[in-house]
Design a protein around this ligand. Structure first.
Ligand code: 2HA
Ligand code: ZN
Length: 273
């Protein structure tokens, strides 16, 4: 069967990377059943032939209007599809969609009419923001990292910047590679517009957003970058839990030690474009 990837090595490489990352998500235990979602902005690979491709699905409403997405193209994981299946067959477990002229709906154009992820409003709201701000970031990742979700069940970590402070203090690399920390979104119905709006507000000032008792959302220059952002924070959460399971609250690096890293490495206070 022919594929939109045929004869388009650039686009094929992006999809191959998505498949590689979804394999990691499964191996890490972050992607039970159909858990998690991915979108990647692939508009840079769109040629005249892709633009002329007819829709292979009805027009579907997004549920919100996203003015910067007009005519943009995304790869989106399919709803109900498993990450571990996507790792082997990305174009049968996800699809390429085109955002319609009204900026409020989309249609599937390739390879198969696989309906996109249930969290599409959150992902597209983030993509709209990234384009609006001229960001080079192209990928969004929602997943269920065990240790971070576990910590989100403990109220003290959900207040202010407490979770970020604890995670940063576990290992210097966390601070270096996630200098904006983790933003918290209180529990909200999965797939809802309210969840999408709260996520957007938090990602503006954080590397990764944690949905209380559910999972994380990260953005990245590509899907590997979004995965790494999540992995760095989850590693710190894992160290916290390992130390705690030895019987006492871990010391953590001191505030002065963390400030030294921020100063010496001149860590950014906002997301670089
Ligand atoms: O796609 O993870 O939040 C399944 C989910 C929804
Ligand atoms: Zn989820």
């Amino acid at each position: 069967m022919s594929s939109i990837l045929d004869g388009r090595p650039g686009l094929a490489a992006v999809i191959e990377q998505v498949a590689e990352v979804t394999g990691y998500l499964w191996q890490k235990g972050w992607a039970e059943r159909n858990g998690g979602n991915i979108t990647v902005n692939i508009t840079e690979f769109v040629d005249d032939e892709i633009m002329a491709m007819p829709a292979i699905s009805p027009v579907v409403q997004i549920g919100t209007t996203l003015p910067h997405l007009k005519g943009k193209y995304f790869y989106a994981k399919g709803t109900g599809k498993r990450m571990r299946d996507l790792a082997r067959f990305p174009m049968q477990n996800g699809a390429i969609i085109r955002i319609c002229e009204d900026c409020a709906s989309y249609e599937i154009i390739a390879d198969e009419p696989v309906m996109p992820t249930s969290e599409l409003p959150s992902h597209l709201a983030l993509q709209n923001y990234l384009i609006e701000t001229g960001s080079s970031y192209k990928a969004t990742l929602h997943t269920h990292p065990i240790e971070l979700v576990a910590m989100s069940h403990i109220q003290r970590f959900l207040k202010g910047d407490e979770m970020t402070r604890v995670l940063w203090s576990m290992i210097p690399e966390t601070l270096a590679f996630a200098p904006l920390g983790i933003g918290i979104v209180p529990y909200s119905l999965p797939g809802s517009i309210a969840l999408a709006e709260a996520t957007l507000e938090q990602i503006k000032t954080h590397d990764v957003v944690l949905w209380e008792k559910h999972g994380t959302v990260a953005v990245g220059t590509d899907i590997m970058d979004a995965f790494d952002q999540t992995d760095v924070l989850c590693k710190a959460a894992n160290i916290y839990m390992c130390a705690k399971s030895m019987g006492s609250e871990p010391d953590g690096m001191t505030d002065a030690e963390m400030k030294e890293i921020q100063d010496v490495f001149k860590l950014p206070k906002e997301r670089p474009c």
